[in-house]
Design a protein around this ligand. Structure first.
Ligand code: ACM
Ligand code: ZN
Length: 628
């Protein structure tokens, strides 16, 4: 009997230790010390909070999570022995800055303190991540021990700009959907929501002095299927697809975001990507041809989607737009786009040519630079700073512009060398619309940005002063993201990786630890009903050249360590009774035209089965890692 009790004691110690294995706060905190034991959530929880209106959402969010899935009762009663205390420091703690916090979880209570309400809000997010995954559920969960490990955390962000961009032009997402996006961002301590509010495919914000923009520019004909292969609008078709945010809607979203320490950065993409604006005001393009809002089709001829820079009316309209935006958005910055302008129509336009002569501009790059500089002056007169995509460097950067570097890091480096501020979002590491795994089992898109790419990228290149890099973003373009479930699929888990890139010290990033935490967060996302991609479990096929240069061998790998890969050349479905990949590049047997493989952990399938063709190997070999 003694033996049994002894064994049971050992078993319980082992189980206890096992269940304490991973603390899965994402993004990884600056400093975390674990101590013995666990805090057990009592069924009656008392919260004590400093009387600051800024703490409203920290309290509301905490209360919702601690009651809905648990069935516990929460009282905000400032008792002398509160279960949870939310404190604003009387004297600021230097290290914590304006977003940091301290979190102490003991056997008896939880104390979160910070210099600002933002810090307290983030402390709450970290505390909730110490509780079981089901804490994110919106229905009651029975038979769970609602406990958190005892810890002391001191935490603050590496960068002040931790953004996600959402393109609401290519596909419109409703106010309620944007709020959901904001909620998800806030959990992972993002603080900038960049809304791409205009493009060729839709104008999304009410401008009261220019009602045409939303009467015409917000609507296109309805198409479903594969973006860019849609049929153009037919003469009899009514544009019924789209939508826009009224200024009241936007104020509601701005306040909702602000309560969660998120600033909404509006982008109006000019001078190009402006077909929705031009469809509303046809006199504003160089050709002055009538256009309709593009519904996701590739035009056989080039659309004149750029504003005429020689036409003063362009600036009159822009002044109206940016006056209303500057009054509406509290953001320090306004994003003016500036990317991918085709400059050929300017070169052929008498008005643009006259502008170039009058302003002594040598070429169309300088004409674009003239435009952006004029926009900077316009924004400055309205109390705003200009930010734009890295093309604004072409022809000369506006004096105080901040550059959002997307065509790699090069533009950001160049801008930083000129002492300008930079937000990094290089497409190959930060574009959340790209494939995140083997394309054969993903919804169609382009390019490749694996979870590992996002996780291992660093926004501060060597030789650049880190102070000039404000931070970075993940960008979710939505040409092929037509619904909110798919938006979530593209956003997570790469959004988890980037959250850590922009918040955590570079030295504490650790892929293996991140994957363990990510798997815990998959449980949190599941419990919250949020979709995410498991693409990182899928096989990666990498062709390698053999000495005989006419044939290729194939290396199989996975992003996640420790998975077993089983494969076959006979077109059947591999399982753990099939040949196991041993790490060495393999050759196709004579006559085999394709390979099929899948990944397993402890004999259980974890990946998606993927087949690729032998004939595709040369093209795969020749394309870069990010090109698909
Ligand atoms: C961009 O992706 N055109 C900024
Ligand atoms: Zn022109």
């Amino acid at each position: 009997m003694k033996k049994i009790i002894f064994l049971a004691a050992i078993l319980s110690t082992i189980l206890n230790a096992f269940s304490q294995n991973v603390i899965s706060i994402i993004p990884e905190p600056v400093k975390l010390t674990r101590s013995e034991g666990k805090f057990v959530l009592p069924s009656n929880i008392s919260i004590s909070a400093d009387p600051d209106p800024g703490l409203k959402q920290a309290i509301a969010g905490l209360t919702a999570r601690l009651t809905i899935p648990t069935g516990c009762h929460v009282a905000l009663n400032n008792s002398h022995t509160p279960t949870i205390s939310l404190r604003l420091n009387k004297n600021a703690v230097a290290d914590l800055g304006s977003e940091g916090y301290q979190l102490h979880v003991t056997l008896k209570n939880v104390i979160i303190s910070a210099n600002t309400p933002a810090g307290v809000f983030y402390g709450v997010q970290s505390f909730l991540q110490l509780l079981p995954a089901e804490i994110t559920s919106d229905s009651i969960i029975k038979n769970i021990a609602w406990v958190a490990p005892c810890v002391s955390v001191t935490d603050y962000p590496r960068f002040s700009w931790r953004g996600l961009m959402l393109d609401v032009s290519r596909h419109f997402f409703t106010k309620e959907e944007v709020k959901k996006y904001i909620d998800q961002m806030a959990t992972y301590k993002y603080n900038v929501l960049h809304l791409h509010l205009s493009d060729d495919q839709g104008w999304r914000i009410e401008i009261k002095s220019l009602p045409q923009l939303t009467q015409v520019g917000a609507w296109r004909v309805k198409r479903t299927g594969l973006w860019s292969e849609f049929l153009p609008a037919l003469a009899f078709e009514k544009p019924t697809d789209g939508g826009f945010y009224t200024q009241d809607d936007m104020r509601d979203m701005i306040n909702y975001a602000k309560d969660r320490n998120i600033s909404i950065l509006p982008e109006i993409d000019v001078p190009a990507h402006s077909l929705a604006l031009i469809a509303s005001f046809p006199n504003l393009s160089c050709t002055q041809l009538p256009y309709s809002v593009n519904a996701g089709f590739r035009s056989p001829t080039r659309d004149d989607n750029a504003l005429c820079i020689g036409n003063d009316s362009s600036f009159v309209v822009l002044d109206k737009i940016f006056s209303e935006l500057a009054a509406l958005f509290p953001s320090e910055y306004i994003h003016v786009g500036g990317d991918e302008a085709y400059k050929g129509f300017w070169a052929d336009c008498p008005k643009c040519q006259k502008r170039m002569t009058d302003e002594k501009l040598k070429n169309v790059d300088e004409l674009q630079s003239y435009f952006i500089k004029r926009m900077e002056t316009m924004l400055k007169s309205k109390g705003k700073k200009l930010i734009g995509w890295d093309e604004i460097l072409e022809g000369g950067l506006a004096p105080e512009a901040t550059v959002m570097s997307w065509r790699g890091m090069k533009g950001g480096v160049e801008a930083a060398r000129m002492n300008h501020h930079v937000v990094m979002t290089p497409w190959d590491y930060c574009y959340l619309d790209l494939y995140q795994g083997e394309p054969g089992v993903e919804p169609p898109t382009y390019g490749m940005c694996r979870l590992m790419d996002s996780y291992n990228y660093d926004p501060v290149p060597d030789s650049v002063d880190e102070k000039l890099i404000l931070g970075g973003q993940g960008n979710l373009w939505t040409e092929r993201v037509s619904n909110f479930r798919h938006l979530e699929y593209m956003m997570w888990p790469r959004g988890l990786a980037l959250a850590e890139v922009y918040w955590s010290p570079k030295t504490s990033r650790n892929w293996k630890n991140f994957i363990e935490k990510m798997e815990d967060h998959f449980g949190r996302l599941d419990a919250a009903g949020i979709k995410y991609a498991r693409s990182a479990y899928n096989v990666i096929y990498t062709p390698v050249k053999t000495n005989d240069s006419r044939s290729y061998k194939l290396k199989l790998s996975t992003e996640i360590n420790g998975l077993d890969i089983f494969y076959t050349f006979d077109g059947t479905n591999p399982d753990p009774y099939y040949p196991k990949y041993n790490g060495e590049p393999i050759s196709f047997p004579v006559g085999a035209t394709q390979i099929t493989a899948n990944t397993f952990r402890n004999g259980k399938m974890v990946g998606k089965q993927v087949t690729i063709k032998k004939d595709d190997l040369p093209a795969r070999y020749n394309q870069g890692h990010h090109q698909y």
